[in-house]
Design a protein around this ligand. Sequence first.
Ligand SMILES: Nc1ncnc2c1ncn2[C@@H]1O[C@H](COP(=O)(O)OP(=O)(O)O)[C@@H](O)[C@H]1O
Ligand SMILES: O=C(OP(=O)(O)O)[C@H](O)COP(=O)(O)O
Length: 398
Amino acid sequence: MRTVKDIDFAGRRVFVRVDFNVPLDEDRNITDDSRIRGALPTLEYALSQNAKLIVASHLGRPRGRAVPEFSLAPVAKRLSELLGRDVRMAPDCIGPEVTALVDSMADGEVLLLENLRYHAGEQENDAAFGRALAELCDVYVNDAFAVCHRVNASVAAITEYAPVAVAGLLLQRELDYFSRAMADPQRPLVAVIGGAKVSSKLKALENMLDHVDKIIIGGAMANTFLRHLGHDVGQSKYEADQTGAAGELMARAGEKGIRLCLPVDVVAGDRFAPDAAVRVVPVGEIPPGWMALDIGPATAQFYDEVLCDAKTVVWNGPMGAFEMDAFSQGTLSMVSSVVSSQAMTIVGGGDTAAALHKAGKADRVTYVSTGGGAFLTLLEGRILPAVQALDEADVRNR
Ligand SMILES: Nc1ncnc2c1ncn2[C@@H]1O[C@H](COP(=O)(O)OP(=O)(O)O)[C@@H](O)[C@H]1O
Ligand SMILES: O=C(OP(=O)(O)O)[C@H](O)COP(=O)(O)O
């Protein structure tokens, strides 16, 4: 697939679709700008080539209506600070006013379009909406990895109409690291999978059985596996309808000689609350009415040993309810284990990335993906639909 580096940008209208769907607090301050920073290499490159730079993103899920709380205005401000130049904010993403703004742009200027999801056509992958966006530009760039699992107009339909469609540097980097970790890894390759539900990661777990050497399971999803093994999990979160699937995964892992590691002890709480009473207990010995909310210290030690000879690690999902300090130790220990291993480490998922930032160690792993759902789609062994659309457009346009 061609990237921005293969295209001449000088004086051309370059439309870069980014994912600036960043978290905002109640005062609309950006609490994590990694997605904006992630797109800077592409944006700076286009500017260095004297492009007229049109930047477009969605924010949240305004469901086709112009809801002010989902405006990208706070993002324009942050982007301007990071680029060190003015960023003009358009009142919409299509329409006569936007066209006039684009027509008035000088080379090297930056225009941020308003939230794409103010129009229902975006999430409906509407052809006319995709075409209206494409008409704003000479070159279309997809640098929005985190939304590439969605068949939305600004990443799918637009590729049918843009004269040139290429990948941005972030998208290229995300796909490149992912395939280095999963398609052609240095071994042993260890997958660390945590988070809430087996059901949401079942396909990813199944796909991993064809790639990894060891699997470490943590988070609430471990309870479903432990329940399958007959352990009493008390009031822990688990999925009763997934215990069979957990058992099948364990059996298949066994047949393939893949080591599947489960917690041996847990940090239990008497409630799902930051001030819950806390006890460390072996699995299966959770007091009646209590719940497992983190992996225990013996498990953290065990997982550290499993990871010590890893050459590649792929991690998605926290080891416990890490948002509460009392139940964050297992996830923080996992951060230490992956950071101190010599392995190439790829981390994906919003919560997992947040845990790395909380530990102040995001810069100590090889790559932190900007995607959650998109990363999981890759873990499932599926092609991202927006990447496929881009690829097909690139072949057609050559
Ligand atoms: N033992 C547990 N009990 C309850 N919730 C848990 C437990 N372990 C993890 N969680 C919760 O799982 C959520 C993250 O799950 P998930 O969305 O699958 O992760 P990610 O965003 O990294 O993909 C977190 O909110 C965390 O509090
Ligand atoms: O933040 C996103 O996804 P993610 O939380 O799965 O990483 C993307 O911007 C996609 O947003 P959506 O899940 O509203 O389509």
